[in-house]
Design a protein around this ligand. Sequence first.
Ligand SMILES: Cc1ncc(C[n+]2csc(CCOP(=O)(O)OP(=O)(O)O)c2C)c(N)n1
Length: 584
Amino acid sequence: MKQMMLGNEAVARGAFEGGVAFGSGYPGTPSTEILEYLAPYENVVVQWAPNEKVGLEVAMGASLAGVRALVTMKHVGLNVAADPFFSASYMGVNGGLVVVSADDPAMHSSQNEQDNRWLAKAAKVVMVEPSDAEEARWMTREAFALSEQFDTPVLFRMTTRVCHQTAVVNLEDPLEAPARGYKKDIPKYVLLPGHGRLRRHEVEKRLLAAAAFGNESDRWNPVFEGSADVGIITSGVSFSYVRETMPEASILKLGLTNPLPFERIKRFAETVKKVIVVEELDPYLEEQVRAAGVDATGQSLRPYFGELNLPLLEEALLGEARNKVTVSLADVEIPRRPPTLCPGCGHRPVFKVLRDMRIHVMGDIGCYTLGALKPLGAMESCLCMGGSVGMAEGLERFGGPDLEGRVVGVIGDSTFFHSGIAGLVDMVMNGSKATVLILDNATTAMTGAQPNPGSGVDIRGAPAPRLDPADVCRGVGVKRVVVVEPYDMENLEEVFAEELAAPEVSVVIVRAPCVLNEGVTFAEPVELDLELCNQCGLCIRVGCMAIREKDGYPEILADLCNGCGVCVQVCSEGALTIPEKVGA
Ligand SMILES: Cc1ncc(C[n+]2csc(CCOP(=O)(O)OP(=O)(O)O)c2C)c(N)n1
């Protein structure tokens, strides 16, 4: 049977067909939908983890128990999971373990563009790279067996265009994958140095065995015979661009990209006059192919960062772009629409107050990162998930008198549970005086409202234990924990001022449900009396897309405004009024 599927959906299907018993991970674009599509399958335990490291650790436990396990994350998530990932390579597996890393060339929704193929090489694990949705399915289905065959976690490396393409996928019946049972094996599973040294040899043996397999596998590393003039070595989504750009060329398409099948590569190179390596991001394949003695070009022909696409490759290989990326609305002037917080979002009043108080904000990753953009402009750093807490501690400690009592770390609830807690422990144990604001909307809004430990529901929407961030803060030793709602800005300012002045670490939990949650309503749209307006523009400066400026006056866009009342509070003239608050 055939079905149209999103690449991520196809991974979930492949995992189901491959007999997966457990799926875990942490949301992150472009990987998020994989677990969401896996959750409805019966007989699979699927759960979100508080972060990628824990997701991988639970999956390792499941693998040792003898069942097949899948872990999903975005590329930077593998940095968080790198500690267990690198050592899991030595430990090996029992039930097959597949770790999906969804990389994001061009940084559509990421803070960096790292190419995680290097991490597979550095960790010495087998890596699989699908080039389309159908391959995402069958390669996931087969990857568990590869993992068991070579006693290795398999890094399943996707990219945005493979994750988010929709294409025809062939459905197969699920494989029989009986649980293998747990077997105590101390020398394999306890990575003491002495055991680790022994496992080190197994790791090298695995790489040799996997390379030998890759050298002979027509299925994983197929050759498409064509003209002997040019031979292209490629993998992942780049393969699709190559097929369209140079259908006549000979192609070696690598589905297994660590370890590389050098014998196969050399055999292929001997059949063609010229070898070109076509890949996205770093010259990962090219460097290794050349180091193996094959005369090849590649990166010099293409941009060294960002996504590859058809016109770029045509320019690189044919000297001209035949398929121009055309925008048919080219003549229409389209207003720029930078990302912005939703009307009524509880994050907005927090940043409005922090901006006006001239507080230095060490920020974090989530919807609230938009607090850095104009007109709020109230966030001064964003490094990595959880980074706000430690950075606030460091900035406050070394910022001198000017910054004393003027530094906060701002973090969302999902991010706090992910990796903010350890930063807070650091503050407590080292006597920091900085303040942390946890913006608690009880969801992981940025990636599409996945539940987190504070949500009280699981991935299927069933009730689950709910952790209150306030209890966690008290539990790690924070004495000053205040919970406020954000929409009363006078109160917010008072609370912030008091906590910032406190001579010890303090946490303010600003709590309001995400406005995109079902059932969150405030009031009728705000009403504007132009007679009373003095054109001061303060309401525009709260940065809500439900108010725009027209002929020097504000204009309320009633279909966007949900009556949260933030703009009403900044108007000194009473020109803005809220009909009636119906509760949030
Ligand atoms: C290591 C890592 N994992 C995942 C992500 C993807 N991601 C970005 S922000 C975010 C969480 C946002 O949730 P929260 O902190 O609650 O803030 P909200 O968006 O709800 O305001 C996630 C999962 C990431 N950027 N880095």
